[in-house]
Design a protein around this ligand. Structure first.
Ligand code: NAD
Length: 371
């Protein structure tokens, strides 16, 4: 199947609402929408610690076709007003608290944003959809973006698919599972036209430097110990963010209503393999500091650390013709190069967020917080 051009996929769509568009994946989606299509994008985001608009605002298209709506989804009235203002034909819902380690230290904001926030968005979008004229109502869709972590942890064999029972095991994955259930319930009960995707671990440019790949790059560059959780044998199925964005555009516009699609890049790697691969790329960039792998330092494991995630993406490949086009090794090398060129950005966003690379979610350090 020849992939459809994104402009054609969105033919007839004029106004798109993206929640979480100031985050890593939402930003990549927004940039694609601005560059490859003519739609106007409304970016609903609370502008939390991980948010940044640099990659969007540097695009000339953003001046006319990107509008920020700074709203917290937990605020029902503000959310409803933002949806009315955006008046969307299509909604991509990415806004969520997204870091597992932070969910271990402080789960409350994950329940607020991911569960209550999704509920408020569904209510606002349902009201909007019900009032649309027939032709726009017929075309309207809400696409909910979720994670493979809702399926729990795999043993050494097998892969997650759309029929895998939910078994979330961290506060983050439990809150995402709850949001998936809400989205399906709004489809079955109210007929809201929804599509869901559950994707594996993403990497690429503009990711807030608290997640594994940017953390390892920055620690190695600073000559600091590179933390490796537990025995380093936990496996994730890595996908470049641009491949995820292509999957989102296909699923949102061509996916079957009420269905979910598992998205993964056949990119299973242990954490140790990923860390060593980053070190090898850095050795090429900076041979004087080689071998960077000497900095790898085992640290106590994350509590409840899921052992293995792996995705069977057959449904989205067969039904929608999606294929990942960024092989892990080359995409990792270009991501490392991007972070080398954007160390100033990393420092700026970390400083703004009050985060200096310290360990979060360590065993035995969890304060019981109510907010
Ligand atoms: P991110 O943390 O980089 O960005 C999330 C954005 O959502 C931030 O800008 C934040 O301000 C916003 N947000 C959070 N709570 C909000 C609220 N209550 N109201 C308004 N805005 C709010 O996250 P990401 O990595 O870009 O992930 C985006 C989505 O994709 C999430 O739903 C996540 O669960 C899902 N996902 C992520 C990955 C991954 O590897 N990063 C993999 C699969 C699925």
């Amino acid at each position: 199947m020849t992939p459809l051009k994104h402009g054609l996929l969105l033919d007839g769509t004029a106004r798109v609402l993206v929640t979480g568009g100031a985050g890593f994946i939402g930003g990549a989606l927004l940039r694609r929408l601005l560059v490859d299509t003519d739609v106007t994008v409304f970016n609903l985001d609370k502008l939390g610690y991980a948010s940044d608009l640099t990659g969007i605002e540097q695009l000339p298209q953003a001046a006319d076709r990107h509008q920020l709506l700074q709203v917290n989804l937990t605020d029902a009235e503000a959310t409803a007003a933002a949806v009315r203002q955006a008046d969307p034909d299509l909604v991509f819902h990415l806004a969520a608290e997204s870091h597992v380690d932070r969910s271990i230290d402080g789960p409350a904001v994950f329940i607020d944003s991911n569960v209550i926030g999704t509920f408020q968005l569904l209510q606002a979008v349902r009201s909007h959809w019900q009032q649309l004229p027939a032709e726009r109502q017929r075309r309207f869709r809400l696409h909910h973006i979720s994670t493979d972590e809702v399926f729990g942890s795999l043993g050494p064999v097998g892969r997650f698919s759309e029929t895998t029972p939910y078994d979330p095991r961290s506060p983050y994955s439990a809150s995402k599972a709850a949001s998936d259930h809400l989205v399906r319930a709004w489809h079955h009960t109210y007929g809201l036209p929804v599509v869901l995707t559950n994707c594996s671990n993403n990497f690429g440019p503009w990711q807030f430097p608290e997640k594994l790949i940017p953390v390892v790059i920055l620690k190695a560059l600073a000559g600091e110990p590179i933390p490796l959780y537990g025995d380093g044998a936990n496996v994730r199925d890595w996908l470049h963010v641009d491949d995820h964005v292509s999957a989102l555009l296909l699923a949102a516009t061509r996916g079957r209503l009420g269905e979910s699609y598992c998205v993964g890049g056949h990119g299973e790697r242990s954490n140790r393999q990923v860390v060593e691969a980053i070190c090898a790329v850095l050795d090429q960039h900076n041979p004087q500091a080689a071998p960077h792998a000497r900095l790898i330092t085992p640290v106590p494991d994350r509590p409840g650390h899921d052992r293995r995630y792996a995705i069977d993406p057959s449904r989205i490949e067969v039904e929608l013709g999606w294929r990942p086009t960024h092989p892990f090794e080359t995409a990792l090398a270009s991501t490392v190069a991007w972070y080398l060129e954007h160390q100033g950005w990393c420092q700026a966003v970390r400083t703004r967020a009050g985060f200096d690379g310290e360990r979060m979610g360590a065993p035995g350090c969890q304060a019981v917080r109510t907010s």
